[in-house]
Design a protein around this ligand. Sequence first.
Ligand SMILES: Cc1cc2nc3c(=O)[nH]c(=O)nc-3n(C[C@H](O)[C@H](O)[C@H](O)COP(=O)(O)OP(=O)(O)OC[C@H]3O[C@@H](n4cnc5c(N)ncnc54)[C@H](O)[C@@H]3O)c2cc1C
Length: 330
Amino acid sequence: MSTDTGAGVLVVMEQRGGEWNRMSFETLAAAQQLAGELGATASAAVLGQGISGLAGELASKKVEKVYAVEHELLKDYTPDAYTAALRQLIAQAKPAVVLFPHTYQVRDFLPKLATALDRVAVSDVVSHRVENGQVVLVRQLFQGKVNADVRWAGDGPNFASLQAGAYRADQLADGSAPVENFSPQLTAAEIRTKPLDLFRESQRAVDLGAAEIIVSVGRGIKEADNIPLVQQLADALGAELAASRPICDAGWLPMERQVGSSGQTVAPKMYLAIGISGAIQHLVGMKGSRTVVAINKDPNAPIFEIADYGIVGDLFQIIPELIDAVQKTK
Ligand SMILES: Cc1cc2nc3c(=O)[nH]c(=O)nc-3n(C[C@H](O)[C@H](O)[C@H](O)COP(=O)(O)OP(=O)(O)OC[C@H]3O[C@@H](n4cnc5c(N)ncnc54)[C@H](O)[C@@H]3O)c2cc1C
């Protein structure tokens, strides 16, 4: 059960249509940290077509090397092309550890990639430590009630995907790195899926993971007719609107806005929990937020245990005053 610490940590960044997935930078920060602890180096890879600009951006971070994995068959994501390209890159770069952000796309191809190399992928990691040169990864079980230590077995490459908000992108160290162009051998015949346009549903879908401020509403809002009140606050703050599960189950807001164990995991700079009690299934989805503000009429609501700022009171009195106050600052 050893990790070859000499061979470095590789991060596979995620982009779509030239736009970064913000979680990639959290993963890069984690890689810099882990590489430092292992006395190894961190490198970063970006896959796609026409990605030299993105690779150039990465080159300003503290990494040993940036791999620009460029091919026309990587223009749109397919699990076959990504797996084939990454297998070839890994064979050349020989990383001990390969880290990914725990995105939907990564969930789609990482098990295939790891299995193809006869390795396991440890998914949704929330933290790590290094003990006697060995990496110990922490994953949550039973809706976040238990933290489990996981160790990779065998030599690298060892794979892990990191949970949104588990690491801080603002702790990324800058530097200057060379960009190496890597052209994988790919043929159209080996790609079994044909990418079409994204679902209309998904095109409209909100990316709560990318939001800097989230106003999240719970059952304290009482009825669907009151949702515009929190929407007004979200608009005033330039925030995305999110909700606890009962609000989405009732159809008051779409499912894609649900935060929690069966919804999205978010880590904004500020998370306002309004009329949300703080059930564990909700907390696991937002506890990585930088600052949590809770408004609840019950002083014993569990949400206050993790809140940085708490307002005990009736949201129907507090929200209009907050909206007024925010608008006055503009
Ligand atoms: C398998 C499973 C998966 C789940 N997944 C999720 C998930 O992904 N996300 C999720 O959120 N939940 C999830 N749940 C549900 C979770 O257990 C809770 O039931 C849910 O989070 C509670 O939502 P809530 O806080 O909005 O409602 P409640 O627990 O009913 O809390 C409402 C809060 O509003 C406060 N309040 C009421 N009136 C006012 C007022 N006028 N002003 C201020 N405060 C007021 C109350 O004091 C209370 O604290 C899951 C449950 C299970 C079993």
